[in-house]
Every structure is written in C-alpha cells, then in structure tokens.
Design a protein around this ligand. Structure first.
Ligand code: FHN
Length: 683
C-alpha cells in the first residue's frame, strides 16, 4: 500500500477518539509573563532543519540551489521523492553532540523540524508511515533529541509545518503537480489529522518549550483555524509557547502579526532584524548561517562569526530573540562551517553572556558605536554597552544619560577594574584603553543610579526630504519635562534658540538642528536633518495618450530582476491598473509595465512598490523605488518631485516561487497613500 492512501485511511480511524475543541483560553498578563519568562530570558536558540531533503543536499538534475523546498523547486514527483525514505540512514547522528554544540554556543533552546512542508515526520508518527520509522534508520529522532536535551538542560521545541505537500487531504496541491488528483481530498480531515499528530508530539515527548508553526500562508488556512489550533495546543501543554505562524495574521517576512486578535505569542521576522524594537511585543528573528535552511552542499555563502555575534547583540538590544539555523547533513552531522560559527559565538558568550541573557531592550534610539542592553539591578540600572567601533581616542561617549554613574568596567574583566566615567553636558564619557579587548564586540558595563533616564535627541521629521515650494517639518521629543530648541542656520542649538512647538514650515533648503534642554541645560545629543528645495521634473505633452499601461509578460526563473529587454515576451497587452492578475502561472514569471502617469498637481510624490518577489519603479527613466531580490510581500518606497502633467513610468516585477503579489501606490505629500487608480495611466 502506498504511503498516502494508508495515511488518509488510518487518520480517519484515529480521529474518532479525539476530544471536541475547547473554548478559547483566558490568561492574565501576569500568567502570560510567567509563561514567557524562560523564553525571554533565553534570548538565543538553535533552529534545526533536517529531513529527507538533506539527502539530495540541494542538488537535482544539475541544479544546485535547492534546499528544504527541493521537492517543489525541482518539481520532484511524490513517488520519486518517497524513494528518499529508504535512503535516510544518518549513521553519524549523535544527539548528544548536537545538544553540546548548541549549549557550548550559549544557546538555551532547540527548535527542530518535526515535520516540514514535505510532510515527512522525523518522529514515530503513529497514524502514518511516512516517517523516520519507515527508514533504515528506524529511530525516533525527536525522542532521541528530547531525551538528550533534558539531560543537558536544554529546552526542546518543535517546528511543525501546517502546509503538507504529501498528505492526500492537504490542499492546495502544488500547481505543477498536475498528475496528483485532488479527488477525495478533505482539508477538514487533514486538519484533524494534523491535530492528531500534534497530540502525539505533545503527549509522547515530555514538556515542549515552543511549538514553532510554519507554512500557514496558503488560502486553505485562516485566522479561525489558527486560533482554534492555538487553543488546542495550549490545552495539551498549557505552559507551551506558540509563535504567530499558527494563525494567518503574519505580515510577510517582517513576521509581525497584523492585528490584536491574531493568534500566537511572538512575532517571527525571518532573515531580517527589525530596525527598532517593539516595546511590549515579543519577537524572534530566525536566520540561516548561509543561504539555505536545509543542508545544501554547495552553499558556501556563510555569514562570518563577527556578523553573527553582532546580530545577536543587535537583536537583544531591541528586545528580541535570535533563532540561528543549522541544516545537518544526511549523515546526521552539523556542517563544519556551522560548528566553527557556534564555537566562535560560544567563546564570546562565555565572557559576555550576562549582557544577553535576561536583558531588556536598549533605552537609546541608536548609538553610533554599537548597541546597548540593560538589566535592573539593586536600586539602579546596569547598561551593557556593546562596542563594535572602538573610539579612536579611547573615550566612549554615551549620549543623553541623565542618571548619575555608579561604576564602570569591562564585562570580560573578571577583576572588574574600575573605568573612569566623566560627565560632559548630557553625555557620560568612559575612559577606555586605546585598543579594544575584543574587536568584534567589547562589552563595557555602566551602572547608573535609578531607572535609566535617557534623553534621546529630538526627532526631526517630514513626510518627504525634498520639496518644491514649502514643507512642514516636525521637531519633537518623546521625553517629558524637556524643552526642545532648534536652529536652521547650521549653529548648535542653545538654551536661547527657538523653542520647538509642533511643525516648522521651511521654504528654502535647510539643515535643522535640535536638542533637548532641562533647566536651560542640554540633556540630549544633537539631532540634525536636511531638507532640500528641488525643481520638479518637467511634464511632457503626449500627442494622443490612450488609456491604460502597456505590459509584457515573460516566463523564466530568476533570483533578481533580469534584463527584460533581452527576453521575448510570452504575451503583451494593456492594463488599467498595476498588479499580477495577468499571470498564467503562480511561479517563474515577470511583468514589465510601460507608459505614462498623469500627475494631477506639481509637488513631491512618494511612490510605493509592494511585491513578492522583486520589483522596481521608474519615473522619467529614473529609478525611484528599488524593491528587487527574493522576498515575501515587502514594500519599498521613494520620492520624486514632478510637474503637473504626463510623465513616463515603468514598473518591472518578477516572481520566482512561493507566495506572489504586486501593489503599486502613491502619495502626494500631505495626502493619504492610495493604490494608483485606473484613469491616470496611459500609453
Ligand atoms: O518555507 C519555510 C522555509 O522552508 C523555512 O522553514 C523558513 C524558516 O522560518 N520558514 C518558511 C519560509 O518562511
């Protein structure tokens, strides 16, 4: 009996005994904090992507850029892919070595793919035999790893994919799997089967730290199912933590949920670190060490140990966790390059882990030389100053700290040799040696009295950095009990300078400088922004403009926007609005839009391109928005000053695989942003 027919039959039998769904869980804020505490304190974990895909190791019929998606990116038919089951025999799998390597790197939890999108279960899945017990290895990997984690006091966590390219009841099928009938497929039965599998994963392996869902983005999954699944899992293990990919509210690779009611305990930015922290929001950046999650024997684009150590500090300084990935080989070993990085990080963590574990986000908006994490200590605050760029004069300027300093020393200096701290107006200056003890990240401890009272420089903002006639500029500070004073003549603000109260209108190019004062004393660094008066691009007068934008639709596979002029279009035509609805397949295609946009009034316009995958937008042949490369539905924008009338406009877009989409919007400064409507596009 082939695996999948056995699977659907046995699932139905198993499900008869599952309890009915329960009502949503309530939880007080204190109970929530208590449940999250170990995870927030941990800050650093290991992600492991392992499964049948490690056998081809990224290569298929001469192409070598595959990873854990290989069955889809290489269009491998199910029967062919199932042949890997009989090849999976990781003789060198040593869970003790894996856990030790993670622990020595300073990691506190491990998230492993119990089932990835290919549907293969790395655990002894009772109701199906598309699992590790059907392989020559015949050993429950999850059990072996869970037992070892408990021995070494490491939290074990499960990754579990909602999307399942193997289960006969899962829908949608891959669009290229035209020979795999959907006849008899029952998605509701798949959900019940998934819950049965999760029940096994949560009842047979002891306490699980996190359930890391993934593959929630396809149309068959929705918010209601997500909330039900969240409650279901929490009922099985009330203390478990669940990421936001259980629901359907995640906004692309940025990874945060788009609404309060979205299910999940933390956001999941992927392959990226948010620009700032999000106070009160738990999040974890997951990232590969090279370019692949699953093992790819060709991929040598490794991030350096320095990058990874600094990423860890950057993420912790924003109040996030770092889930760093390894894709083990088919033999069951961590790649040497991965081990080298773990060792380097471990060396830094042994000396500086205190500056990462159980820390809170930086009180500074930004620091020119590095990052900051902090802890509350008896009656005061301990600032961990992560110095990436050592001051040449040996004097570390910590801007806008209004607290009295208590002591300072190098964290790695076990003797805590005191460092001299001096007050310079709003700043504290720490006298360091001429050369750093750690060129990657030297942590300087600064203990200050009381709660950190940091006056960041004021913000100086406007909708756009350029203007044609005039521009309202907002000058403000989030801090209370300070005065914001500013200049527009290039001089440093003093207690006698103009007092900022709301927006200032500028009518010529200007550099605005602003600073916070308290009792006429400067209590922050100086903020500076430049706004430029520009000539609008002249409009053109087309002879006989016809409605709609012309397009060319091309087929191909790219990792970034190609030179479309060298590719013969599969189809051409005219569209009224931008978008990808003209596509004839969901993957491997590109669209070039060419024509004119009629601009209603002279002014500065911000254009937006939101796309999965890459896109670019040109006005008058100038690149205004660059949103190229492979990514989830992500938005980029750019500004340009335009005279009223017609302007040449071009938008290029490509989609490789996975989700896709294209949205083109605009905003004239001061007006709301909107998708570019029909009626303003011509050719
Ligand atoms: O499609 C998966 C991918 O294979 C990998 O598991 C990553 C890890 O976060 N998650 C999905 C892509 O967002």
């Amino acid at each position: 009996m082939r695996i999948r027919s056995f699977l659907s039959l046995s699932c139905a039998a198993f499900l008869a005994v599952l309890p009915p769904q329960h009502a949503a869980l309530g939880e007080t804020a204190a109970e929530h904090d208590a449940r999250m505490q170990w995870w927030r304190d941990a800050r650093f974990g290991l992600f492991i992507h392992w499964g049948l895909y490690a056998i081809p190791a990224g290569t298929w019929e001469g192409t070598t850029d595959h990873g854990e998606w290989i069955r889809t990116t290489a269009h491998i038919p199910l029967e062919k892919y199932e042949e890997f089951v009989q090849q999976f025999n990781p003789a060198k799998f040593d869970p003790g070595a894996w856990v030790r390597a993670a622990k020595d790197a300073g990691m506190k939890y491990i998230v492993i793919t119990s089932k990835h999108h290919d549907g293969f279960c790395l655990f002894d899945a009772k109701q199906n035999d598309y699992d590790v017990m059907a392989t020559p290895f015949h050993r429950d990997v999850m059990k072996a790893l869970a037992d070892e984690c408990r021995k070494q006091k490491m939290r074990i966590c499960w990754y579990y994919s909602i999307m399942d390219w193997h289960h006969p009841d899962y829908l949608p099928r891959r669009d290229w799997e035209t020979n795999r009938s959907t006849a008899g497929a029952d998605y509701a039965r798949y959900v019940r089967c998934m819950k049965a599998e999760l029940k096994e994963l949560l009842e047979n392996y002891g306490d699980i730290g996190v359930l890391w869902f993934d593959g929630e983005w396809e149309s068959t999954w929705n918010r209601t199912l997500g909330r039900e699944l969240y409650d279901y899992v929490r009922k099985l293990q009330p203390s478990i933590i669940i990421n936001n990919r259980v629901g359907a509210g995640r906004s692309g690779m940025e990874g945060f949920s788009d609404a309060e009611q979205s299910a999940g305990d933390f956001g999941t930015p992927e392959q990226q670190i948010p620009a700032t922290g999000l106070p009160g929001v738990d999040w974890e950046t997951c990232m590969t060490m090279n370019d692949h999650w699953g093992y790819n024997s060709h991929d040598q684009k490794w991030k350096s140990p320095q990058e990874l150590i600094r990423m860890l500090a950057d993420i912790a300084s924003k109040g996030g966790n770092f889930l760093l990935n390894i894709g083990p080989t088919a033999e069951g070993e961590f790649p040497v390059a991965s081990l080298e990085r773990l060792k380097a990080i471990g060396g830094w963590m042994r000396a500086n882990g205190e500056a990462i574990y159980a820390t809170q986000a930086s009180p500074f908006a930004s620091l020119p030389w590095g990052r900051c994490t902090r802890k509350s200590i008896d009656g005061g605050t301990r600032l961990y100053l992560h110095v990436f760029d050592w001051p040449k004069d040996g004097r570390l300027v910590v801007p806008g700290v209004l607290n009295e300093p208590r002591q300072s020393y190098l964290l790695a200096d076990l003797r805590h040799t005191p460092l001299q701290v001096e007050r310079r107006e709003d700043a504290l200056e720490i006298v360091l040696s001429r050369h750093p003890t750690d060129t990657v990240n030297t942590v300087v401890v600064l203990d200050i009295a009381g709660k950190s009272d940091v006056a960041d420089p004021p913000s100086i903002t406007a909708d756009v950095p350029v203007f044609v006639d005039s521009l309202p500029v907002r000058i403000a500070s989030k801090r209370d009990s300070v005065e914001v004073r500013f200049t527009t003549d290039g001089s440093v603000p003093t207690a006698m300078s103009s007092l900022a109260s709301g927006a200032v209108t500028v009518r010529s190019s200007v550099t605005v400088q602003a600073r916070c004062f308290r009792d006429r004393r400067p209590v922050s660094g100086i903020a500076q922004s430049t706004f430029t008066k520009v000539e609008p691009l002249a409009a053109m007068t087309p002879l006989n403009p016809l409605p709609g934008m012309q397009y060319a639709y091309v087929l191909g596979t790219w990792d970034k926007l190609p030179d479309f002029s060298a590719i013969a279009p599969a189809r051409t035509g005219t569209v009224e609005v931008f978008g990808n609805s003209i596509k004839t397949q969901p993957e491997n295609y590109g669209i070039i839009f060419e024509g004119l946009i009629k601009v209603p009034a002279t002014g500065v316009y911000r254009f937006y391109a939101e796309s999965d995958d890459g896109s670019r937008l040109y006005i008058d042949n100038r690149l205004v928005v660059d949103n190229d490369l492979l990514h989830g539905m992500t938005e980029a924008s750019g500004v340009v000053a335009l005279g009223a009338g017609y302007h040449p406009m071009r938008v290029t877009y490509f989609q490789k695989s996975g989700g896709d989409g294209l949205k083109v919007s605009w905003m004239r400064n001061g007006n709301p942003k909107s998708e570019i409507p029909a009626g303003v596009l011509f050719h």
